[in-house]
Design a protein around this ligand. Structure first.
Ligand code: TEU
Length: 568
């Protein structure tokens, strides 16, 4: 990897603002709460914060539906609070990046209000409007069979102007028309420069692969016979024009600032496409989030059709996205959690009381030795878990899960076993798991708020919380801190080294990372059983750098044990 930009060696802490810290008792997290927590974030060892969207929004999709890029959703605070936050971060040598959501806006954005006001409004073409089709019975139909990511058709009929608009997500999230140059310039000015000129250090770029749609809007192949609406990503993901759009964004905006950019690739599983975004010489973005590893177990056509997976499959995916930047000028990110994913300890570790801490620590060992810029999602550092299985759909808040459940109910007229299956899917892959309030202490509402939290607190907050773990040298949190220090010490080899497996099994993951003449050996047990493990003779000088149990033994790994050695 050529060039060592500041963001390559850093650790990013992702904040989900609504659930992080409420400083004024209204039950909703806010900017004041983030400011109050900066010392905690710094103490963890992370030097960059990424805030999920804080802009003005009707909150149909938790702020990924923006109604004004230049204002803040009042319960979060004001523009001036964000200026204070930027200053407070910089004073502590913390950098701050914001979420850039420009595939779509909210239908409450002024741009869309104008666009929908008449067919000849100058902003009509800022969104994607198409005429109806009529079927053989003369019934009005959407322009094609594309399915929205949040269930149902991707088109919404607009009665006053008698056309459909496209929404790849909720119907309150109309897609912007990236073919329109005036619209693009407005995005650069309003959503980007406005904040960069205030000193923001970069963006996490939402849905970066789907701005360009096939302009002929062809029907998608029918893969799901039970629905009129089909997965259509082949007509809107990674289209050739999309790369032009990101090039222009780089040329006109990103390249003018010393910032970091991380794009959300979605299900882009072709590494050569990913490289077109993240190779330095391509001049688009600095790195992306690949989802092939973290979408494991998600149904391919319908994400809620959960499929069990093996560790072998997980390892194959992980290795593919470790090595794809070896020998070229690309860069990548390392993560297992974000606001769209279930909690990693519940998915890849064990949230049984006897294995919870040890397995959370083992996953941390994997992450700190993973290539790329490391991202930690709020609560991951204390091993927060999924929502308890007993919670019913009423406790879930996410538009994706709610729409899905409602669609199944609708399509099956409330058939019991279909609803049970739907609920099972939501429990496995729903996004709400990541969105319960941060567990700060064993006080009321987990210390998140003195008011009634907007979303129910996970029942386990008395056992799993920051205050307990700060006081405990052997906690998951203390272990994370030590590991982040270790990562900084071995940054060349952990973040930049080459990667190769030593085993192919379904139970343990052992790998070597190399950087020049340095080598590190990592051994991780992904099961609740013991496994045979021995150091090779030639590694007699191996030096144990980290281990998640007190008394590691020769010849075996205990359940969920992990080790990191430096070897000659
Ligand atoms: O998600 C984009 C995305 O790729 C979706 O497929 C998302 O992963 C979803 O969870 C699929 O099940 C981004 C944001 O991360 C997400 O929170 C937003 O809801 C979405 O864009 C729309 O802005």
């Amino acid at each position: 990897n050529s060039g060592r930009n500041w963001w390559k060696d850093e650790v990013v802490y992702q904040i989900w603002p609504a659930s992080f810290k409420d400083s004024n008792g209204d039950g909703w997290g806010d900017i004041g709460g983030v400011i109050d927590s900066l010392d905690y974030i710094k103490d963890l060892g992370t030097n960059i914060v990424w805030l999920s969207p804080i802009f003005d929004s009707p909150q149909e999709d938790m702020g990924y539906d923006i109604s004004n890029y230049e204002d803040i959703y009042r319960p979060f605070g004001t523009v001036s609070d964000v200026e204070t936050l930027i200053e407070a971060c910089h004073k502590r040598d913390i950098r701050i990046i914001l979420d850039l959501v420009v595939n779509h806006t909210s239908d409450q954005h002024q741009w869309f209000k104008e666009s929908r006001s008449s067919r000849d409004n100058p902003k009509r073409d800022w969104y994607i409007w198409r005429q109806a089709r009529y079927n053989e019975n003369g019934n009005r139909m959407p322009p094609n069979n594309w399915r929205s990511n949040f269930s149902g058709s991707a088109w919404q009929w607009d009665e006053p102007t008698q056309e459909y608009y496209l929404h790849l997500f909720a119907k309150s999230q109309p897609d912007l028309n990236w073919e329109n140059p005036a619209m693009r310039q407005a995005v650069y000015d309003s959503a980007m420069k406005f904040w960069l000129d205030k000193g923001v250090d970069g963006f996490r770029i939402d849905t970066i692969t789907i701005y360009s749609k096939d302009p002929s809007f062809p029907d998608a192949p029918v893969l799901d016979n039970s629905s009129p609406w089909q997965l259509a990503s082949c007509h809107y993901r990674n289209k050739p024009r999309n790369f032009d759009h990101i090039s222009e964004m780089n040329e006109k905006v990103l390249s003018k600032y010393d910032i970091m950019t991380v794009g959300e690739y979605g299900p882009t599983y072709d590494t050569s496409l990913a490289l077109k975004y993240c190779s330095a010489s391509e001049k688009r973005i600095d790195m992306g989030f690949q989802f092939e590893t973290v979408y494991i177990g998600f149904g391919k056509i319908d994400k809620f059709q959960y499929e069990p997976f093996t560790l072998g499959e997980f390892k194959r995916r992980h290795a593919k996205w470790q090595t794809f930047i070896e020998g070229n000028d690309g860069w990548t990110s390392a993560f297992l959690e974000n606001h769209d994913l279930p909690r990693s300890v519940s998915r890849f570790g064990s949230d049984k009381p006897e294995f919870w801490a040890v397995s959370a620590k083992m996953l941390a060992m994997m992450l700190v030795t993973t290539t790329g810029t490391l991202f930690i999602y709020q609560g991951q550092e204390i091993g927060m878990t999924n929502i308890p299985k007993e919670w019913t759909i009423e406790e879930y808040q996410d538009v994706e899960a709610k729409n899905y459940y409602a669609a199944v109910k609708d399509a099956t007229r409330g058939h019991e076993s279909a609803l049970k299956r739907a609920m099972d899917g939501v429990r496995h892959v729903g996004r709400d798991h990541a969105r319960t309030p941060m567990q700060w202490s064993d006080a009321a509402n987990a210390g998140f708020s003195t008011g009634k939290p907007w979303m129910r607190v996970n029942d386990n907050y008395r056992d799993i919380n920051v205050r307990n773990q700060l006081a405990d040298k052997k906690s998951v949190l203390s272990f994370w801190k030590a590991l982040i220090r270790l990562r900084r010490q071995y940054i060349d080899i952990f973040a930049h080294g080459s990667f190769s497996y030593l085993d192919e099994g379904e139970s343990v993951m052992t790998y070597v990372k190399k950087f020049n003449s340095q080598r590190v050996l990592v051994a991780l047990n992904f099961t609740s059983d013991e496994h045979i493990f021995s150091l090779r003779k030639e590694w007699s000088s191996a030096n144990l750098l980290a281990c998640n149990i007190d008394h590691p033994e020769d010849q075996k790994l205990s359940p969920w044990e992990g080790r990191i050695y430096s070897i000659q």
